[in-house]
Design a protein around this ligand. Structure first.
Ligand code: COA
Length: 435
């Protein structure tokens, strides 16, 4: 133990000393969300602002801290963010032209890292060192393993608020080049506003989920509302990309016990967790949750091994083919593919599995229908017509998989907002669709 403590003290430094090592042209990697290292990044931004470095790039996914390189355009050319998922601050910076975006399936990121990138440094937030010299990577295990393999140096930010995930990735003191201490509560995701519409949609989906199903819930009010609607179910399991608050609720009320899973029976499986302090407390020292690399967790061939796999995700618009856009409004970046397709494919290939894409029927105060004849020019197709399964709005459920274009169109118009149905039917007829 004392040897590890000695090594810890030797590597301990302040954030400015880590930033001082960064040279022009460095590429720095970070994993998702709460894995980010805000103190090191702020010190690096200060150096960039002072004109001491240029052309430094930092790769991120789902930024949950106010990272300076996504907020301050004056850092452009000195320090730029490159996102694997255009949410949060990254979304604004990408649309404003001073951050870049790498398209991907989340499950592929480790492979892309191993084949396309070398990193000058990998920075990661960890929980305090244990007696064997290991630091837990806490709430995130998604692609850190690949970045560690491809990085010349590793800098960690030790945070005693970062939970210790006993079934998650660990890093050893011998692998670490610099340690910065930064004890601060992890950021929390504001609770989703579950309104009447979300509750209605959640209710439709819950009716189609059998006891014993294995669930993935995406981010947002509708997946949360569906989670809440599942509290009366029995023997549910969890195999998901993101572990959310509603999942802790389902575990604690007894609806989830993971007893019917074909793989990882008795254990909830995820690649990262983000939400309230309740989640972080749940993960700490808990062998009932496994945080595993995303190339395993999000692999459709792994997902489908659980029977009755149910995936629930959101969208921005859907056309008559059932092509789902979840990433852009026209050419404006809104998000990334994340694991949507991974779970659509995994769920639809599972015995008894179902994949739901759910959203409110309109946007912008009821002025825009999210069901459209064609996707808006420039829109990104996230889930293809060949993969799509169920589409749900507050007006009902459309089951598109295996159905013709005419059947899809009819079903989608029936669940569009009533104010838009005549116009949609007119456009369908103009296109010669046999409705
Ligand atoms: N046309 C114009 N604007 C639209 C729109 C449309 N068809 N649909 C939504 N919008 C606007 C909303 O009004 C809102 O605007 P605001 O920010 O000014 O309020 C904004 O776009 C976001 O829409 P909202 O419906 O609130 O999105 P959300 O927070 O529920 O997120 C996705 C929806 C699709 C962006 C999100 O689920 C996502 O990132 N998905 C991709 C990744 C994924 O599915 N991962 C799954 C595993 S976690």
């Amino acid at each position: 133990m004392s040897d590890y403590q000695d090594r810890y003290r030797e590597r301990l430094m302040d954030a400015a000393s880590v930033a001082a090592r960064v040279e022009d042209g460095w590429v720095i990697g970070m994993d998702a969300a709460t894995a980010h290292t805000p103190r090191i990044m702020s010190a690096l931004a200060a150096r960039a602002a002072a004109g001491e470095v240029k052309n430094v790039k930092v790769q991120t996914l789902l930024d949950v801290y106010p990272l300076e390189f996504y907020a301050d355009k004056s850092l452009d050319g000195k320090l730029n963010g490159v996102s694997w998922f255009a949410g949060g601050g990254a979304r604004k910076a990408i649309n404003a032209g001073f951050a870049d975006f790498i398209p991907n399936y989340y499950r592929d990121i480790p492979k892309l890292i191993r084949s396309c990138y070398d990193y000058d440094a990998f920075c990661v937030s960890v929980s305090p060192m244990d007696e064997h010299g290991y630091f837990s990577l806490g709430c995130v295990s998604s692609y850190s393993e690949a970045m560690i393999e491809k990085s010349r140096r590793i800098f960690i930010e030790v945070n005693n608020f970062q939970p210790r995930a006993v079934c998650g990735l660990q890093i050893h003191i011998s692998q670490v080049d610099g340690i910065v201490e930064n004890n601060m509560p992890l950021p929390v995701l504001p609770a989703a506003n579950i309104d009447e519409t979300s509750r209605t949609i959640g209710g439709y989906i819950a009716e189609l989920i059998p006891d014993g199903a294995c669930i993935q819930l995406g981010i947002g009010a509708i997946p949360d509302a569906t989670g809440m609607a599942l509290k009366q179910k029995h023997d549910l399991g969890i195999h998901t990309e993101m572990f959310t608050d509603s999942m802790v609720e389902l575990i604690e009320c007894g609806a989830v016990n993971n007893s019917k899973k074909q793989i990882h029976r008795g254990v909830s499986v995820t690649t990262f967790a983000f939400g309230s302090q309740r989640i972080y407390d749940y993960i700490n020292d808990n062998p009932a949750i496994a945080l595993m690399p995303v190339d395993y967790v999000n692999d459709p061939n792994v997902i489908c091994r659980n029977d009755n796999m149910i995936s629930i995700n959101a969208a921005l618009e859907v056309d008559f083919w059932g092509q789902v856009c979840a990433e852009s409004v026209g050419t404006k970046h809104m998000s990334g593919s994340g694991g949507q397709i991974d779970y659509v494919r995994g769920a639809t290939q599972s015995k008894g599995g179902k994949s739901f894409i759910a959203f409110t029927s309109t946007a912008k105060g009821g002025t825009i229908s999210k069901i459209k004849s064609t996707l808006t020019p420039g829109a990104v197709c996230t889930t293809s017509k060949n993969d799509v399964d169920y589409i749900v709005t507050e007006y009902g459920v459309a089951h598109l998989r295996g159905q013709s274009l005419a059947s899809r169109t009819k079903q989608l118009i029936a669940i569009a907002h009533p104010d838009f149905r005549d116009q949609l039917a007119f456009e369908a007829k103009q296109r010669g669709i046999m409705i």
